[in-house]
Design a protein around this ligand. Sequence first.
Ligand code: GLA
Ligand code: ZN
Length: 669
Amino acid sequence: MFHVSRITHHILMKLGVDYYPEHWPQERWAVDAKMMADLSLTYVRVGEFAWGLFEPSEEEISFDWLDTAIDILRNEGLQLVLGTPTPTPPTWLTANYDVLQRDERGIVLNVGSRRHGCANNPAYQIHSQRIVTAMAQHYGSYPGIFGWQVDNEFSCHRTTRCYCDHCRRAFQEWAQKRYKTLDHLNEAWGTIFWSATYTDWSQIPLPMYSSAQQSPSLQLDFRRFSSDSWVAYQKQQIDIIRKYAPTHQITHNYMGLGDGNVDQQDYFDLAADLDFVSWDNYPQGAKGPDDIALNHDMMRGFKQRGYWVMEQQPGVVNWHPYNRPVPPGQVRMWSYQGLAHGAEAMVYFRWRAARYGQEQYHMGVLRHDGSKTRLYDEATQLHAELNRLPNISRTPAEVAILFDFSDWWTIQIDPHQHDFSYHKQVQAIYHHLWQAGISVDIVRRGATDLRAYKTVIVPSPILIDEAELETWQHYVESGGRLAITCRAFVKNQSSVWTDQPLPAHLDKLLGVKLDEYLGIPPDMECTVSNVAQTDIQSYQLWADVLEPTTAEPLMVYSNQYWAGKAAATMNKVGQGVAVTIGYLSEPFFASSVWQTLGLNELALPFNLPAGVEATRISFEGGGEGLLLLNHHESQTTVEFSQPVDALLSEQPKVTSLPLAPFGVEVVRW
Ligand code: GLA
Ligand code: ZN
């Protein structure tokens, strides 16, 4: 068994655990630390819910117990990540000050849980800053500290948007900063509609419970404001930590994205002030293996650099209606999936299953009784393998998907078709690329340099950005392949419809005009085909009916009254091509579109079995290959088009490679 402090060579991805020493008797801490060291862990995260223990009554602050725990851990060679404890204000605080959030109906989010504090509440801010200052002063030069996690999962339990009086006043100030005068605001929001003209800033409401919808403009800005509120709240803590602990790294633990669940916080904005992004990966909450992969790529994209998994599902969890078994090998495989997408650390949540509280059925690396689960052995195996493997890295992606939270929110607020989802569209695009073994970067809309990518896909950029249009024009002219999907450039940044013909300002680049846009309800059967009518697909939810000006049709609608009209087109511009895709289908790309975008050249030269994930990797010092993951509980065989060396199982020159259930392999061409 390795001891952490004795490892000198490069480790591809470091391992760690989330630990709550305060849940266990002090005599146990040395045993835990020794077991962690035996497992060759590097990082331990502590503290993020312990405010009440640090500050048992107002301004009586002590970190003695944590010092003892940290000393024991660091003496075993472990490095600490300190969570600031602000997601769980102490009970004296919530009893003495009204810091609680209010929901859309004004109902208070009660104590006894977590994340109930309001980001705009002055008392919550003051007390948060006080505890973080004390902590940062105390630990700024304490030995054994790697860095900080600010708070825990902002927006978890859908708590980004609060509707209390503090938030209403803060929103009015935010709006005043953005629009300067009431005339500007009234014009920008189109308040003339339904007699909503504001004559005083204090009249501006929050989009609370009401008879019919609230203005989409007000709703979009409220969403931006709410996201900004937590960015500012996080910044208050970051400023304090940087002041007293300037050498420490700072992160926040994000969540995997999804409609109606994790969709409230602009994660690009939140990333701007952090040193690196980390996230909490509970794969059983994802739609499938490709959705986990998409989340990993998102996390890499939010800061365009390596990231951490700060909480990795260790086995069975507690928070689904039905909590599925996690078979042997699956957590090891999920860990490799992180490595494949650029995770620099894999931290398992949690070290030991809790005996009390809300998460008793949540497994850990250790059981409730302190004995090892099979994850302990899997992590041991993983660490040994990571040490044995040559240095590899992801081969840079040649395809980018441009992503934007304001587009997502704008469509959520007024989807026109109930199931039309910006995020699901991204998932469908990604799924198709993932299946072909094509690596993808997620890039924020507005990026001004896309030259690194052979193909760029922009899903439903509903909000107009004329500056970005220039970037796209240059990208295509100089040889880029750009695809823009339905509902492009419809509204201005305040969610007001353009007075230009659709797609506003894009018609030259795309070489099309929009004849009409049609929402497709689920009971309508609609089909598209290629021009030769040899490839027919059904589509759902949306049809942008295109009228080519300079573009050529790639796909045409093939039934309903708009049959014969263009559904997807390609426009040659300079050295490149601009593709318009007017409908949503599964699989997302028709083969004529796939070819035009050059995706056939980027796909693997052999078919991957469904549920097998392949990531292109480069070996340090030269050489290319794949990291293969079998997401199936049964053996699956991959047939290559040329012999490969399988490095983990040490088999030279194989063309047919059986992957064990949840098996992993690193192959070199
Ligand atoms: C989240 C939280 C943790 C814990 C886990 C349980 O990710 O950050 O505190 O509640 O879920 O799965
Ligand atoms: Zn509030």
